[in-house]
Design a binder for this molecule. Structure first.
Ligand SMILES: Cc1cc2nc3c(=O)[nH]c(=O)nc-3n(C[C@H](O)[C@H](O)[C@H](O)COP(=O)(O)OP(=O)(O)OC[C@H]3O[C@@H](n4cnc5c(N)ncnc54)[C@H](O)[C@@H]3O)c2cc1C
Length: 435
């Protein structure tokens, strides 16, 4: 049988496109390397824990229609996060107006004429205070999972469309991010869609109007293909697991791929026996008079070299803290090896929260993490533009000969690195295919 469209990858981009295409009566086949769908959405549901554990995507950033259209259609419960950010220095915390501070740095980028790395930009701006510098660096290396000495400053400009609908509001889906994925899957027309899991595609042979997919023992034919593999897989050396050989090669994509970088991340979720951070005496020691602010504690930032950012599950009360390291901090942690990860994270938590390591050890009940860098089907966190790479996301998105189409967060012009951007890219690609 010849399918109308072969979709490579069952992350949210591939599934969003699949849903649109099967709804438009196209015969489709989705081929996924892993034995599960969802890609970088990886939610664990545990029998003794009512809250889902998110090892991949967790927050809905802003109120982008691509995500909220699903939240509404599937009647999911999205819960808005209290927007409080603390900065920890020597375990003393100060409340910071996080987004206003980031916007003030972004507004200085808007006048920049020539692109440079964000690290170079920071050192060229002598009038920035030390605190603002640390905060901005933490944001770029954390939120964007980027390396400040490689990321394009111009791509970070507030004029570059980064401010999505809903501004800086953030939400969590109470039932788990995987409920978005499940809604996408459930909408596929079973008579028109086939899903093949646990089958990495290794080669795509193509000519205008015809594609041959090679996935080990499985061979498929289609009129068109939609490729949604992550940027880490695009950039991997040809002999590495997960990579796809195109015949003829996609020379027109090589410049875009070279100008996109792979962000690095380590996310570790820690379950404790008690919510020690909500104890009024603990809070008084950390924040003094500001303890009266009355909001449930949410984000704590620092310049710790290993795990600089921590967050709670606020507004939901639970004994869970999540540690986040992006960019160079992630590289430092990864260099120490997986055995050292929990211990390093607890050392950082001890410093940032001012709690003795021994006390943390005695309260720790469980830990969860996933190595996105070693995972052959992600090979990193998400994409960011290198210096001079402001147009690279859109170049990667461009179809080839009306036969090969491209989606995934790395093809999103203005919402890279997010689930919203990936969903929108899948819908955009489906529209292109439907002509
Ligand atoms: C730790 C972490 C935290 C994050 N937190 C957030 C967050 O809070 N909010 C947010 O909006 N975003 C977040 N993101 C980003 C978000 O998860 C991604 O942008 C989004 O899920 C990407 O979807 P996608 O469909 O483009 O790619 P993927 O989900 O990566 O899907 C691509 C699919 O292709 C498959 N594949 C790869 N190679 C092959 C092959 N050779 N053959 C067949 N299949 C293949 C993969 O297995 C995968 O299923 C986070 C990401 C990470 C890693």
């Amino acid at each position: 049988m010849t399918f109308d469209v072969a979709i490579i990858g069952a992350g949210v981009a591939g599934l969003s496109a699949a849903r649109e295409l099967s709804g438009a009566r196209r015969q489709i086949c989705i081929i996924e390397a892993r034995d599960r769908i969802g890609g970088r959405v990886l939610t664990q549901h545990l029998p003794d824990l009512p809250l889902p554990i998110e090892l991949g995507a967790e927050f809905i950033h802003g109120e982008a229609d691509s995500t909220f259209s699903i939240v509404d259609a599937a009647a999911l419960t999205a819960c808005e996060l209290p927007d409080n950010h603390w900065w920890s220095r020597n375990a003393q915390w100060r409340l910071v107006d996080f987004w206003a501070r980031i916007a003030s740095v972004q507004s200085r980028i808007d006048n920049l004429k020539k692109d440079m790395s964000f690290a170079a930009f920071l050192s060229s701006r002598r009038n920035l205070s030390r605190r603002l510098r640390e905060l901005a660096l933490g944001f770029v290396e954390g939120y964007h999972a980027a390396h400040a000495d490689r990321i394009s400053t111009l791509a970070l400009s507030s004029a570059d469309g980064e401010q999505d609908e809903g501004g800086n509001k953030q939400f969590r889906i109470l039932g788990g991010h995987d409920s978005l994925v499940e809604w996408l899957r459930a909408g596929l027309d079973p008579g028109r869609s086939e899903m093949i899991l646990g089958t990495p595609v290794t080669a795509v042979g193509w000519r205008k109007g015809s594609v041959e997919i090679d996935a080990g023992a499985k061979k498929l034919r289609a009129r068109r293909a939609l490729i949604t593999i992550p940027i880490g897989v695009w950039k991997a050396a040809p002999e590495q697991e997960g990579t796809i050989r195109f015949d003829p090669p996609l020379r027109e994509k090589s410049k875009a791929i070279a100008k996109l970088e792979v962000g690095h991340v380590v996310k570790i979720v820690l379950r404790f026996r008690e919510r020690f951070w909500d104890d009024p005496a603990f809070l008084r020691r950390r924040v003094g008079r500001e303890a009266r602010h009355g909001m449930p504690l949410n984000f704590v930032h620092s310049s710790d070299p290993f795990v600089p950012t921590w967050w709670t599950t606020a507004p939901v009360r639970s004994p869970i803290l999540t540690g986040w390291a992006g960019g160079h901090a992630a590289d430092r942690l990864l260099a120490e090896g997986p055995e050292a990860l929990t211990s390093r994270a607890l050392d950082s938590l001890s410093k940032v929260f001012g709690v003795r390591r021994r006390t943390l050890d005695s309260m720790l009940a469980a830990t969860w993490t996933h190595d996105w860098q070693r995972d052959p089907f992600s090979r990193g966190a998400y994409s960011y533009a290198a210096v001079g790479g402001g147009a690279a996301h859109r170049a990667l998105a461009r179809s080839v000969e009306s036969t090969l189409f491209f989606a995934g967060e790395a093809t999103s012009g203005d919402e890279t690195g997010t689930v919203a951007g990936a969903i929108a890219s899948g819908r955009r690609a489906a529209k292109e295919i439907l002509g």
